[in-house]
Design a protein around this ligand. Sequence first.
Ligand code: FE2
Ligand code: FE2
Length: 316
Amino acid sequence: MMLPKPRGAFSSEVFEALRSDPARLIASGLPEAESPDDRAITLWALYELHFRGFEDVPEDLEWHPAALQLRSDLESDLEARLRSRWVAGAPEGDFAEAFFAFVADHDGPSLARFVQTEATEEQVLDLLRMRSIYHLKEADPSAWAVPRLDTAPKAGLVELLYDEYGAGDPNRLHHHLFARGLEEIGLRSEYGAYVDDVPAEVLEQNNAMALFGLHRRLRGAAMGHLAAFEATSSMPSRRMVAGLERLGLDATMIGYYSEHVTADAAHEQVAVRAICGALLDREPALWDDVFFGAFTCMDLEDRVADHLLGRWQEPA
Ligand SMILES: [Fe+2]
Ligand SMILES: [Fe+2]
């Protein structure tokens, strides 16, 4: 993958510096970000140095001090904005009970319901392009938490990841299943192929997962995010299957979603009880951050849904 298109003067300068002169990454020498898009694409690209990188950026820039400082500045801004949206606070009580109620009580717009009942084929393809930014690296940001967890939550997380990564069979690996589904449906399956097409909301959804995954101090938020993701996946995946079938779309992509109907019904139990519950048994101080991560997962999905539903309902 090459660096994405810049979305303003800030990302333009940063991307140029990443290509040719990292010394220019010093924040004081860079223009202000012009927009949420300009900021989000820059942080997304800086995070990508830790995933699979870019063909036009030297690999050793992953740990360049100026790139890390710039990433840190952008992360502080992102984390502050995410925390400022979380006003309700964490519930109390038995953890698993409180967590499932917290997720069930969340009331947001549902892209999957729209796909099930009324989306056109073009709208579904639009959604799959948006989803490709995460689904082509599905589970990767959660994997960063493995060495940061103690025995029981670590065992739970690895059990869940073993499934996400295909249980030893590359053909069952979830991000590979999604890539095959994209190809069969006539979309591009290369990693990051659609990053220039996605709105800031999608970039931010991905940036939040990288933020939580890369910082040990945010391990509670990372696992809370994962648990909310799994606990809000099975039923929407069933709706996606129904919508894709309604439109007569290719069976491979339907297979990706039907895999998640059953897998995530099990994963939500593992993530809530064996990962987050076990984590909080050992580190009860992480209680608030587990719920912060869960809230952020659902809140960012709402923002993506609002954006897409709004765009699809605009008069042509
Ligand atoms: Fe998955
Ligand atoms: Fe899952």
